[in-house]
Write a protein that binds this ligand. Structure first.
Ligand code: ADP
Length: 240
């Protein structure tokens, strides 16, 4: 058994499938529309670590938001496992987000008035979790090596430490899908490297499907393969 695996068993990842997904923003008369994705089809098997690469504005965040149950496509199907999330109600999408997905952002998005422990607890509290909360958070604090900072506030932490807390918050409920949008984009190279190592180690110990958007070849090398996103279209290749 690997360290940090004592409390809950490893998660099985979810297979992600996009069928002919088309997405437009701004359907108003004044603003017109922006086509972000053009009929893309894509499958990411359960447990893979896939990397989305492409220039700014190419559609990476849009893909993450569609598979992260944040938004629904204008047309086409998005499947998580055997469930079609593209046709779900807002209420059901909220439940999918809470139960199935962990999201890591470029700017961490921690709640400044909550301590490290409380930030990590937040998804469990939101999901109505009662028993075993302390143990689960303790396991996460151990994984992110920040047990000694549990009662500190985000503004007392470095950028790398804040991102570690954000990763802890993203995985505390053992989601089968972990999404990361430029997780090292706001960190120096060395700190970024440690964050990527932490994501890799969580992928190995908890086995979620991981999808990470990045600009960096170094970050991309942590994934199993790269999905290039160019002008709203996709293509797959091995990382450099
Ligand atoms: P990336 O993550 O690769 O930088 P995005 O998915 O954020 O790309 O954006 C894809 C395209 O959709 C861009 O042209 C962007 O300007 C546009 N876009 C993204 N979000 C919105 C929005 N809320 N309203 C209008 N256009 C948007």
């Amino acid at each position: 058994m690997q360290p940090g695996m004592l409390v809950s068993p490893a998660t099985m990842g979810l297979t992600i499938r996009l069928d002919e997904v088309h997405h437009e923003y701004g359907r108003t008369e004044e603003a017109g529309t922006v086509t972000a994705l053009e009929n893309i089809s894509l499958e990411i098997p359960a447990g893979d670590f896939a990397v989305l690469m492409g220039p700014s504005g190419s559609g990476k965040s849009t893909i993450l938001n569609l598979i992260g149950a944040v938004d629904r496509p204008t047309r086409g199907r998005v499947m998580l496992g055997d469930r079609e999330i593209s046709s779900m109600s807002e209420r059901d999408l909220t439940l999918v987000r809470r139960m199935k997905i962990g999201f890591i952002f470029q700017f961490f998005n921690l709640i400044p008035t909550l301590t490290v422990r409380e930030n990590i607890e937040f998804p469990l509290a939101l999901g109505g979790e009662r028993g075993g909360m302390r143990e689960r958070v303790d396991r996460v604090l151990d994984e992110i090596a920040l047990g000694h900072r549990a009662s500190h506030y985000p503004n007392e932490l470095s950028g790398g430490e804040m991102q570690r807390v954000a990763i802890g918050r993203a995985v505390v409920h053992d989601p089968p899908l972990l999404l990361a949008d430029e997780p090292t984009g706001n960190l120096d190279t060395r700190t970024g490297e440690r964050i990527l190592e932490l994501i890799r180690s969580i992928h190995q110990s908890r086995n979620p499907t991981v999808v990470m958007a990045t600009h960096s070849d170094r970050a991309a090398s942590f994934g199993d393969y790269v999905i290039d996103v160019i002008d709203g279209t996709v293509g797959r290749r091995e990382p450099r």
